[in-house]
Design a protein around this ligand. Structure first.
Ligand code: DGL
Length: 291
């Protein structure tokens, strides 16, 4: 443990609340760290949007978080990591940690034959970011990537072990299952919630890589190396760009985070720049309305 401490929070963002799967792991590996989380619930999903749009949204959110004095930024969203990481790293001086490099490192460590699968949103898979990162470290690797766009709405519906989800997963994963893979990167914030189902379909030999958890562990390593760990006590805050309207919001958020949500603030979009006008939500459950 270094002698110096850095009490500033870690910033984490995602297109929605799926990135709380990364925060779940941050809580485990860095229990003394404070976290400021931004979920862009007003503009989700990112997975069907263009590189330009995803990059603009990501830069706006990062600006919001940097103004909250964060010491590093974790891009929990795979789609943002695929499209906007370079732009974020160029724009800001603090370290910006994406999910791709840490996941690729973990996948290579458990894939001596270089047979790696990747699943993600249309944008993530379309970007080719994962295969490019694997190829850079292991030229000639055998990578199979597959977009699974229906997984996000199925997880948000809470259908984690529903027959429909099982049917969809079997359809999406057929080529991957026949690919003699050693590991499969879950390249989307939502997929860890259906990891048991994916593991069952892929079989016991294939190691599943949770991209958010890998990014959290990479963040712990980086802060330790830089002598920037916090000594606690931690305090956490969640910002959302739109009010949660679904009755199931708290339940889904708990499933992602593994515990109750910290205090939530919804940022007001009426005036530009919308991210400058936060207002507090005092009672999250009263903010929920039937759809
Ligand atoms: N958070 C996104 C990702 O990890 C999934 C949801 C979306 O499409 O915005 O790619």
């Amino acid at each position: 443990m270094p002698a110096t401490h850095d009490p500033r929070p870690i910033g984490v963002f995602d297109s929605g609340i799926g990135g709380l799967t990364a925060v779940h792991e941050l809580f485990r590996v860095l229990p003394s760290e404070s976290i400021v989380y931004f979920g862009d619930t007003a503009r989700l999903p990112y997975g069907s949007k263009s590189k330009e749009t995803v990059t603009r949204f990501s830069l706006e959110i990062a600006t919001f978080l940097v103004r909250r004095n964060i010491k590093c930024l974790v891009v929990a969203c795979n789609t943002s990591s695929s499209h906007a990481l370079d732009a974020l790293q160029r724009r800001f001086e603090i370290p910006v940690i994406g999910v791709i490099e840490p996941s690729v490192r973990a996948a290579l460590a458990s894939s001596p034959g270089g047979r790696i699968g990747v699943v993600g949103t249309l944008a993530t898979v379309g970007s080719g970011a994962y295969p490019a990162a694997i190829e850079k470290r292991l030229p000639g690797a055998n990578v199979i990537a597959r977009a699974c766009p229906l997984f996000v709405p199925l997880v948000e519906e809470g259908w984690l072990d529903h027959p429909v989800t099982r049917m969809v997963a079997e359809e999406y994963l057929v080529e991957l299952r026949n690919g003699h893979l050693e590991s499969l990167i879950l390249g989307c914030t939502h997929y860890p919630l259906i990891a048991p189902l994916i593991a069952e379909i892929m079989g016991p030999v294939v190691r599943l890589i949770d991209s958010g958890a890998e990014a959290a562990r990479a963040t712990a390593e980086l802060l330790a190396e830089r002598g920037q760990l916090a000594a606690g006590p931690p305090s956490h805050h969640v910002y959302l760009s739109d009010e949660p309207r679904r009755r199931s919001f708290s339940r889904i958020a708990r499933a992602f985070l593994g515990r109750e949500l910290p205090p939530v603030t919804v940022v007001d979009q009426t005036d530009l720049p919308w991210f400058e006008r936060p207002h507090a939500v005092s009672d999250l459950d009263s903010a929920e309305r039937p759809a």
